[in-house]
Design a protein around this ligand. Structure first.
Ligand code: PEP
Length: 253
């Protein structure tokens, strides 16, 4: 079975509105001129830039994703934005459970499950992130940590291979310039796919896209993306450099 690869850019808290518009426009132009495969591209700017980003990608093959959503639809949640609001805007994807939010906003697996449920209800594709710290890896807790992140956030929800993309992001590789080796990433991706097969179905496991995230760049993307269970990348730093981002996309065949 061939899974269409996904290259997603997480712009984090970067770019003014004008800079975001320019970046979307530049990437759109480059992809139109140079696109050489069918892999999907998802751009995730700040909330501020979402309305104009959605307009700027109309008529193109690009998707727009948010970096977060709240689990509730509306109410007294100052500073938050709901999945329903994102859907009304034309956003199609939402990153849920990025390690920076898990760490700085103390987001728990249980809370992330509520967000996944809300994203599904509002027709958003969740890009569900999970990953271990270096300390957890080195102390032999890797599989336990990942199993708990998967079980506590995805079990008893109606996730499918269509409304869920999983992103394995080892915390020690995010923004550090250190990348997991292709073998390390493949080992974890295979574990995640087996977990999906065991807890949902073999068919769903075969179809679910599992992205790698953690200092992916044009010079390491080819090897990572050639691994059998790596179906794309969630890219931070390099997604702000249009040439690098589009070059990574070109490697995602
Ligand atoms: C990320 O934050 O999702 C990420 C992978 O960042 P970077 O590519 O900069 O490591």
């Amino acid at each position: 079975m061939t899974r269409t690869k996904v290259i997603a850019g997480n712009w984090k808290m970067n770019c003014s509105l004008e800079q975001s518009q320019a970046l979307v426009t530049e990437i759109r132009g480059m992809v139109r001129d140079e696109r050489n495969n069918d892999s999907e591209i998802v751009l995730c700017p700040t909330y501020l830039a979402l309305p104009s980003a959605c307009k700027l990608v109309q008529g193109s093959s690009l998707f727009i994703g948010a970096q977060n959503c709240h689990s509730e639809t509306n109410g007294a949640y100052t500073g938050e934005v709901s999945a329903e609001m994102l859907n009304h805007l034309g956003v199609s994807h939402v990153i849920i459970g990025h390690s920076e939010r898990r760490e700085y906003q103390n987001e728990t697996n249980a809370f992330l499950k509520e967000k996944v449920i809300s994203a599904i209800k509002n027709n958003l594709v969740s890009i569900f992130c999970l990953g271990e710290s270096l300390e957890q890896r080195e102390s032999g807790q890797l599989w336990d940590v990942l199993s708990r992140q998967l079980s506590e956030s995805l079990l008893d929800t109606s996730v499918t291979a269509k409304n869920l993309i999983i992103a394995y992001e080892p915390i020690w590789a995010i923004g550090t310039g250190v990348t997991a080796s292709a073998a390390q990433a493949q080992e974890v991706h295979s574990f995640i796919r087996n977990w999906v097969a065991q807890h949902f179905s073999v068919e769903m496991a075969e179809e679910t896209r599992i992205l790698y995230g953690g200092s992916m760049k044009p010079d390491n993307a080819e090897e990572l993306l050639s691994q059998i269970d790596i179906d794309g990348g969630l890219i931070g730093g390099a997604s702000l450099k249009p040439r690098d981002f589009v070059n990574i996309h070109k490697l995602a065949k």
